[in-house]
Design a protein around this ligand. Structure first.
Ligand code: PMP
Length: 415
């Protein structure tokens, strides 16, 4: 089709004055409804924990015992001492750990991170909020490309072996944001065993999508804490998770796992910043799930809502762009996102054209540190919120925008 013909199609879409959104990785209203019973589990005359703890009062710094047990199983750590329950957001825990690293140092630091200019390795494309934390604290970001198995470990190993100011790496190990892909056993091994010039190097193992499978065909990952321990690097990983995309994104429960030394360090800092967490919400979650099996069962209901949305997104991509050599995209088995790569130099134009026709996408560049995608090629697609019909319309527009941007680019190169 010629550029003019595509533009005619585009004008027809514009005339519909649509308002569609594929930018946000948040649960749909129907997904939130799946957990409404959670709100009725604790009532005005039934609120004590299973061990009789007063959930309304101060105390219980690192969580109710039953909540710690639930998250011990969720985080796949070996004891409840290796778990600390937080507030509603795992992002807050990540922020706080780094903030305290900067002011006080980690449990095995010889000086606070803030005494030197430190750096983090940022696998790309990645999660913008990780990059925002680094930017906020003035931590230099080193982008490292991802393969289908996780970060390019040849590059990571060289970097960390030679530079003691590299203190951390962000990893979304399972159904990553935005690729939807998972780390292979080899990547888990190499991350666990690699020599780091910094003795207080940390992996921020953000397992935000640990149980977010789309079907029975699931990625199973090697246990990061056990593997790090095998190589004597017990303090290397902080494992993060939350129920933001399991119960309520704004009122879930977050947790962190890691070695007892790491968790004791975190408890020590937490003691200064709070007299105790929201145990009422923890108790709601204990009662709602009962145990980890209950949580896994609950996730099947999410999958039933999410899978058709992924299937629709992928089928339109295939129909419109399959075999054109214009774009590539991931086909995740779980998580919330599809990573979509358009021709180099075109991502911003695709996002702008889509917006003109009423489709909001995550900003081009958002998946890279400092919002700078050097190839201007990656776009994150988030199919969880729109309806199937909306996805159909939105994706037709995104694909049309891709074809137009590619032809415009070709024309400009020819001139
Ligand atoms: N990590 C990743 C990789 C995410 O995609 C998200 C949600 N977009 C979060 C963390 C945020 O989690 P929480 O709500 O627990 O802060």
């Amino acid at each position: 089709m010629t550029l003019e013909q595509l533009q005619t199609q585009f004008e027809a879409f514009k005339a519909k004055k649509l308002s569609l959104d594929m930018s946000r990785g948040k649960p749909s209203a129907a997904q939130l409804d799946l957990s409404n019973e959670l709100l009725d589990t604790v009532t005005s005359n039934d609120y004590l924990s299973s061990t009789g703890a007063e959930t309304r009062n101060y105390g219980g710094l690192d969580g109710l015992p039953a909540t710690k047990q639930l998250f011990k199983d969720f985080l796949e750590v070996s004891s409840v001492e290796e778990v600390v329950i937080g507030g509603n957001a795992s992002l807050t825990i990540m922020h706080d750990i780094i903030s305290r690293g900067i002011t006080h140092g980690m449990c095995d630091s010889y000086q606070p991170w803030g005494k030197e200019k430190i750096k983090f390795i940022c696998p790309v494309p990645g999660y913008d909020r990780h990059f925002s934390i680094c930017e906020h604290f003035g931590i230099d970001m080193i982008p490292v490309a991802c393969t289908e198995d996780g970060p390019d470990m040849d590059v990571v190993e060289k970097l960390v072996a030679n530079d003691s100011s590299i203190k951390g790496i962000w990893i979304v190990p399972k159904y990553s944001n935005p690729t939807g892909l998972s780390c292979s056993d080899e990547v888990v091994n190499r991350l666990s065993m690699m020599n780091t010039a910094a003795e207080d190097f940390r992996i921020f193992w953000d397992n935000a999508y640990a149980v977010h499978h789309l079907s029975e065909d699931q990625d199973q990952l090697k246990n990061i804490l056990t593997t790090c321990k095998e190589f004597g690097n017990d303090n290397r990983p902080f494992i993060l998770c939350s129920t933001s995309k399991i119960t309520f994104a704004g009122a879930g429960v977050a947790a962190v796992g890691g070695s007892t030394d790491n968790m004791d360090w975190y408890r020590k800092h937490l003691f200064i910043s709070t007299i105790g967490p929201d145990k009422l919400n923890q108790e709601r979650h204990n009662r709602f799930f009962k145990n980890i099996e209950g949580l896994y069962e609950h996730m099947k209901k999410h999958a039933a809502l999410l899978k058709p949305r992924f299937v629709k997104t992928l089928s339109i991509l295939e129909e419109e762009l399959g075999g054109t050599n214009l774009a590539t995209w991931t086909k995740p088995k779980g998580g919330y996102f599809i990573s979509f790569n358009v021709p180099e130099g075109c991502a911003k134009r695709v996002v702008a054209l889509s917006a003109e026709a009423g489709v909001k996408l995550t900003g081009a560049g958002a998946t890279y540190p400092y919002k700078k995608d050097p190839k201007n090629s990656n776009i994150r697609l988030a199919p969880s919120c729109p309806t199937i019909d909306e996805i159909e319309q939105a994706m037709r527009i995104v694909c049309l925008a891709t074809k137009i941007a590619a032809l415009e680019m070709k024309a400009s190169v020819a001139v």
